[in-house]
Design a protein around this ligand. Sequence first.
Ligand code: ASP
Length: 313
Amino acid sequence: MSAANNYSIMVHGGAGALDNVKDDKTAFRYLESIRQVLEHGRNVITLGGSALQAVEACASLLEDDPVFNAGCGSVLNEDGKVEMDAAIMDGRDLSAGAVAAVDNIANPVQLARLVMSKSEHVMLISEGAMRFAEHCGMSRVPEDYFYTPDRIEQLHQARLQHKIMLDHDDTEEDTEDQKYGTIGAIALDPAGNLAAATSTGGIVNKRMGRVGDSPIVGAGVYADNETCAVSATGFGEDFMRSVISKTISDFIWMKEMNARQATDAGIDYLVRKVNGRGGVIVIDKAGNCASGFSTKKMIHGWIEKGGESVCRF
Ligand code: ASP
């Protein structure tokens, strides 16, 4: 890579069947959002920002877009409430910050960054995380910031299906209709630093207090300058059990794979071991970008080695 193109950025906006993307207008809406976020990340890096700054900026923009399941577009839990999870990781020294089950925060990824830089901990949850947000001077947003008519209708439908699922068998698999719309951003900067961020509202109609993979280092997020940066989206329990992000990093470290090979091996492992549903984006330390998913689709895009932005499902 020459000095001008020695950076890469990838973002995702969730995996699933994406059956709601039925027409060109909706598809354009998603892809255009992803493209703009990528170009914003490019600006951050070409103006001298770090990979960490780029992923925080990209994830924040995605949290601000209501079509994604994070920040203002977060899905609702069984009580009709928002409980968000987020994490950020710096590949320079494996420092990480995470928050789980937080509400009334517009940008949980920014709170995760504060946990990383201003606390002695890696993860804060629920009330403790909110107290820390207050301590840091982070303002709260009102509840109606999150409640879009779409999310209320989605919860209504999920509740109806939940009753049907319970009537049948509680091990019944989720259908592919479900969209796991978590967001994620990963980047490599010209100094060779990798970073990753993931943020989510979780899964529709989830139990109160349920925490998914997104804020768990090694499951929904991982970055190590010696291997790669990873962000995952999908059925969080599958990713926690397979520790998918660290597994992909280990494939690179121990088997000397590149991003493409490690992503394929990771998705194969996810499906083989836990029948996992979802996908990952991966940038290796050489700046190669790769994505893989076991669902029908995943909204994602990338700028590889300073090239054109590419966005797809
Ligand atoms: N992985 C997230 C979770 O399980 C959901 C998603 O990716 O949309 O909380």
